[in-house]
Design a protein around this ligand. Sequence first.
Ligand SMILES: Cc1cc2nc3c(=O)[nH]c(=O)nc-3n(C[C@H](O)[C@H](O)[C@H](O)COP(=O)(O)OP(=O)(O)OC[C@H]3O[C@@H](n4cnc5c(N)ncnc54)[C@H](O)[C@@H]3O)c2cc1C
Length: 660
Amino acid sequence: MKFPMIHPDAHHHASASHASHDLPPLDPRVPDVDPMDAWATRTLGYRLVGPLNRRKVSVIVVGTGLAGAGAAAALGELGYHVDVFTFHDAPRRAHSVAAQGGINAARGRAVDNDSLDRFVKDTIKGGDFRAREAEVCRLALESTRVIDHLTAIGAPFAREYGGSLATRSFGGVQVSRTYYTRGQTGQQLQVAASQALLRQVAAGTVTLHTRHEMLDLIVDDGRAQGIVTRNLVTGEVRAHTAHAVILATGGYGSVYFHSTLARNSNATAAWRAHRRGALLASPSFVQFHPTALPVDSPTQSKCTLMSESLRNDGRIWVPLAPGDARAPGAIPEAERDYYLERRYPAYGNLCPRDIASRATRAEIDGGRGVGPLRNSVYLDFADALGRLGRAKIFERYGNLFEMYSDATGEDPAALPMRIAPAAHFTMGGLWSDFDLQTSIPGLFVGGEAGSGYHGANRLGANSLLSACVDGWFTLPFSVPHYLAGLVGKPVLDVASDASVSAIRAVRSRTDRLVAAGGTRRPVDVHRELGEALQAGCGVTRSASGLVSTIETVRELRESYWQEVRATGSGDHLNAELEQAGRVADFLELAELMCVDALDRTESCGAHFRVESQTSEGEAQRDDDAWRFVSAWESVGGGGWRRHVEPLEFRRVGLETRDYR
Ligand SMILES: Cc1cc2nc3c(=O)[nH]c(=O)nc-3n(C[C@H](O)[C@H](O)[C@H](O)COP(=O)(O)OP(=O)(O)OC[C@H]3O[C@@H](n4cnc5c(N)ncnc54)[C@H](O)[C@@H]3O)c2cc1C
């Protein structure tokens, strides 16, 4: 099935795009060796900081998810002086806790012909050849020790009867490499990582600042040297300085309002760093997860995720006839379309998320959606229940079935689940080199806030992995290399001009939001923004749709500063003010997402431009024109300049992605 093209080529000149072709290409500083050897070569070349000097250098880590908690705990344990910040009330409440399905590792223990090379191939292909190959190799290589490390710090991975760690399959692969703790993998890993972090807090190497929101980055002498935070309880705005700053602040999928993310996930930290000069890569690369709860009412606040692991046993289908309103049990087999199994027989229900979401969107748009609003499809366990029995299925997915029942009042063992695509994971994020250092020296990034591993589409269970690899096995090597040059140098004064002017900027922004005194709640503007993005920069995108979405976003942003209502003041706990600031940042980010999507005229992975599709409705990549990462620089007057990081593939030959 092809997706309709809406006014092809309309306005493609789009004044919004500021792509510039005369800038030098970005250098990711990957050693010029076989990509599988690049990480070992790079780490061997890193300078070290001697144990006695480590307490003389300090690092700020923002975020206590798997990436931030790992980095802070590891650097603390090594003896560095670490300050770690989270807007949550405890480190373990970071959003990593929401992950259900699992974490990949290329250990090949299932004896199903898995290997490091196959992991790399699956991940590069899964990302539609828009990821950095050497970074994917690092992910594969370090994955093997991540599982041992997490086990050592207390993660209770599921085990087979004989005691060995159990695995299952996730989308986009044909092997079994996903380690899990029932349907609570993120929660268990987050508990283990938080405990490791708190151990360092107790040891005095790490100072923990909860309920502190980073609202700006302090850059002085061309280096990131601190952050400005607002204490969310007292309203105090102050500067914190250090020799280096790590942002591990998560993804920005919540810009779409309805997403699988927690309501308080936001883009502010990364966006503020971008405004201070950090390049933002591929902001339009957003993954829509095919198995979330559909939007059943306009006041619904989020789309709870039903884990991809369910696709190991659940079968996705729609009625063959558009508008068929019969109950699912009354629709005979012959009148059902198991469209993923039909279109992608080799991978079936386990085809990658971008492909499954697009196919599902096509079924819904074609009138075959089910449920009261006809905006969902069935995920059916009847076959698996018949084959394996209720006890086995509940052992595998019991808590996910309960979660579904709690949210919908329906029993998935009796009636198929109803699911639909929802914004989920952002492959885009701050651009960084191979050391995870952004374009601002001294500013590092880890986890979903970064951008290197997943290209244009992330494979399921690769994100807990990338957050853990960054936190435990990359930043603790690469940050000291940078710090080695700063031993003996004083930390920036919190009363320096740079600190004071950053504090002033935060205060004046907060004051402006409070003073606006309008009538629109930030949540209402956020919902409107999300709806515009879903329609114009969602599962599919067109030139004309993007141009008009940019207009909508600009209008929303312009009126926002007059119309917003953030009641109360900035001097105390004020949840509406927090939200108002985050929505203001979303309103800027949303424009850049559309600019990036409009600029990239090819389709690749989750970025599907209707003008660039095959006769069968699959993504049509254009490697001659677009085999690079777009990294956007914020320039004065609210515009952007595009930088380019060319992509080379030495171990995995370019090929058309095909899951049939
Ligand atoms: C519902 C759901 C299920 C998922 N399931 C899986 C799965 O099964 N497998 C998988 O691999 N991936 C999964 N993912 C993706 C994965 O969970 C995330 O990509 C990953 O956990 C992100 O970790 P992180 O450390 O980068 O950030 P997070 O865990 O999001 O942590 C961000 C941290 O930054 C802090 N923070 C953010 N902004 C600020 C600020 N301005 N000031 C101070 N602190 C700030 C937050 O308080 C938090 O501590 C899932 C995602 C969702 C939403």
